[in-house]
Write a protein that binds this ligand. Sequence first.
Ligand code: C5P
Length: 212
Amino acid sequence: MERRTGIIAALDTTNALNIAREIREYVDAFKVNYPLVLSEGISVVKELSSYGPVIADFKIADVPHISAMIAEIAFENGAKAVITHGFTGSDSVKAVLDVASRYNGEVYVVTELSSAGGQEFMTGVAERIVEMARNLGCHGLIAPATRPERIRKLRELAGNMQILSPGVGAQGGKAAEAIRAGADFVIVGRSIYEGNAVENARLLAEQLKEVI
Ligand code: C5P
């Protein structure tokens, strides 16, 4: 993913298209998740793509042929990247990568969720997931801004993979701290789209200029 501001807007809101149009100059990409796609339909990926690259955060976690089908639907509708889980094992992640390569698309692998529950099971296997993602040639990782010490640790193992870091603002994480710990991008949802999205995005971009 090409970095200019270091911000990826998580558009978990039905007003996604308007917000994307208004904030596009302050962000590098848009992330869509199930709430938006299940309510608006998959066509929203293509519509959003006219404002910037779209990352389909479907947290793919199935047997390989189903994981491949999900990735195919995301890419054929214009997604630039997909997010997949890594705990499924290398066969599923590889199936997603194979689809991505046909579209010149990117694959980002979840290491551990940014919420507290992410520590219950995922922290224990995150290092192994990073190693697998790196060996398979994935483009990047999702690592928690709520735990910068974990970003730092996973960064050491990540090689050339990019780190996208959610959990900024509403979940308590700090954007600049996540970048300083080794994240390449922060993923920000409610702290942008709740309230004045343009002003929120502009202020965050301003703040990140110093660390990017
Ligand atoms: O509103 P907020 O900034 O908390 O939204 C965070 C977004 O990032 C949501 O779309 C959520 O699904 C996603 N995400 C996350 N933690 C992860 C992976 C994805 O919060 N580890």
